[in-house]
Ligand binder design. Sequence first.
Ligand SMILES: Nc1ncnc2c1ncn2[C@@H]1O[C@H](COP(=O)(O)OP(=O)(O)OP(=O)(O)O)[C@@H](O)[C@H]1O
Length: 379
Amino acid sequence: MMVKSMTDHSNTRVVVGMSGGVDSSVVALLLKQQGYDVVGVFMKNWDDTDENGVCTATEDYKDVAKVADKIGIPYYSINFEKEYWDRVFTYFLDEYKKGRTPNPDVICNKEIKFKAFLDYAMDLGADYIATGHYARLSHDEDGTMHLLRGVDSNKDQTYFLSQLDSATLQKVMFPLGEMVKPDVRKLALNAGLATAKKKDSVGICFIGEKNFKEFLGHYLPATPGKMMTFDGEVKGEHAGLMYYTIGQRRGLGIGGDGEDNEPWFVIGKDLKKNILYVGKGYHNPHLYATHLDASDLHFVTNEDLGNDFHVTAKFRYRQKDSGVTVHFNDDHTAVTVTFDDPVRAITPGQAVVFYRGEECLGSGMIDAAYNDERVLQYI
Ligand SMILES: Nc1ncnc2c1ncn2[C@@H]1O[C@H](COP(=O)(O)OP(=O)(O)OP(=O)(O)O)[C@@H](O)[C@H]1O
């Protein structure tokens, strides 16, 4: 049943980024029900055609078509493979070459979904774009935007949106920000959308469920080397530093030994010497950092935060916030972030995202983590 809305939105065109998943299907449904002039657009960012000619993008686009037909909206497909390769994938490989663990989704949002896609949508006459991200927006009287966590704390995606700016967000809608995922699925089921039961996407979009090691090995040469403790005891061989992340346990091929039988973890990398450092125990003290350096800063907020401020931060997506003090360097291009309590497994290449209560203030990219003055990764 069409729900008649109080305000007439029929002259407001919203281009919905439709991935063929349930979230963006429901976004299109809700906006159409609210009377907007809705257009669905599917982006093809990656060619994953396999040896049998099967490609997930083709399947996803078929789902977009089914949903768009059901809702009664026009839909298109746009190819951003080149933009994605140049602006996201190249960055992703460069980061691995530097021994870091990048977060391509943060860059994809900044460069593709909320830049290339936004520009394309504007050319289609859009007033706004909408996506199925779980995040909320609010604005001041002068139009300044604030990015807020999604109500569903399990799904909140502000971490990935933390490098967008206020001017961009003025052209964006996140219709699912006030909703929880189970209710989104229910809406899709009740409306008979083909994607209602489609499972959520996992991991990095272009890798999907493929074997990560195999995928990366296809693009970057791996140089095996020594796996050893900080005391110099050689424990085995690593397959190439890029395959390992600080704090990782799986895939080391060395079981717990000695009386304690505690498992081994990656505790450091030396890129110059091609050494992977390992240490015993989940709570190995070498894994705990007291502060970090970050650069490539982007703030959503236009507010002057001062040179030092106390906020909370996340150092990876699925993590609770920690209390931190942020200190800008002299020209405001980098920060030192000091933790209220030591934090485990800080990973260079990931984003450090700053929050004040519900508001996501912005983020930077982690360059190095320290345990007092000792650097935890030698790159
Ligand atoms: N290939 C695509 N084409 C168009 N829009 C996309 C595409 N991939 C993602 N998006 C947009 O970005 C949003 C967040 O992407 P993400 O990959 O996190 O999807 P998701 O949370 O699994 O959502 P969905 O269920 O819609 O796939 C999507 O809801 C959709 O609006």
